[in-house]
Write a protein that binds this ligand. Structure first.
Ligand code: ZN
Length: 208
């Protein structure tokens, strides 16, 4: 597997996002701590010591759930190969049995990592209105069809995950003329240097 590297401007983008979530995390924690100090006793005293402590723990853990900040720090870069592509259609009915306005398809990749681990990743969500006329209109508007994703994601594709970036970088040997922008996910011509949409540098795959 070829080793590929993130362009410097994309590395800076990752760093900026990491600092931003650290700041949001710290700010939320400070606000919650101040609120607990000021009104915590009054709000939760009826719950008893254990109940009060549980409420404090849940509230203090909220910023972690929202920003996923400290968890993000232990993220690791890895690469692997797609062993399975799975398109799942999410139920077109609500729990009450009413039809939804949209059906939603989700593309999952099963990846055998070079370190031996097997992981599953949701890489794409696409939907169509259940109403046929609207579905055709939307399809021609977005030019996105399920077949498109099945061409894009194939068993045998090489997959890269970079520290701090949720989106996977996928190299499809059958689509050598296009490359994906790791920042915004748009498809670009493989010979382009920067993304036509967001302007960040594109990852260069030396095999191309
Ligand atoms: Zn882009």
């Amino acid at each position: 597997m070829t080793e590929i590297f993130l362009p410097d401007d994309v590395k800076r983008w990752v760093r900026k996002r990491m600092i931003f979530s650290a700041l949001v995390f710290a700010l939320l924690e400070i606000v919650i701590i101040i609120l607990l100090v000021l009104v915590g006793e009054r709000l939760f005293s009826a719950l008893g010591d254990v109940g009060q402590m549980l409420c404090y723990i849940v509230l203090l853990a909220l910023p972690v759930a929202i920003t996923r900040f400290p968890i993000k720090l232990i993220d690791k870069t890895w690469s692997g190969e797609v062993t399975k592509v799975d398109v799942q259609t999410v139920s077109a009915f609500t729990n009450e049995g009413k039809p939804r306005r949209y059906t939603q398809n989700e593309v999952y990749l099963t990846v055998q990592r070079t370190d031996g681990r097997i992981v599953s990743h949701k890489v794409e969500v696409f939907g169509a209105k259940t109403d046929r006329a609207a579905a055709i209109a939307m399809d021609s508007y977005t030019a996105v069809k399920p077949e498109h994703f099945l061409d894009k994601y194939k068993v045998g594709c090489t997959v890269y995950h970079f520290y701090g970036i949720k989106r996977l970088f996928i190299i499809n040997p059958e689509q050598k003329d296009i490359t994906m922008c790791i920042v915004c996910g748009r498809e670009n011509r493989a010979d382009a240097d920067v993304c036509w949409d967001c302007g960040y540098s594109l990852i260069k795959d030396t095999d191309k």
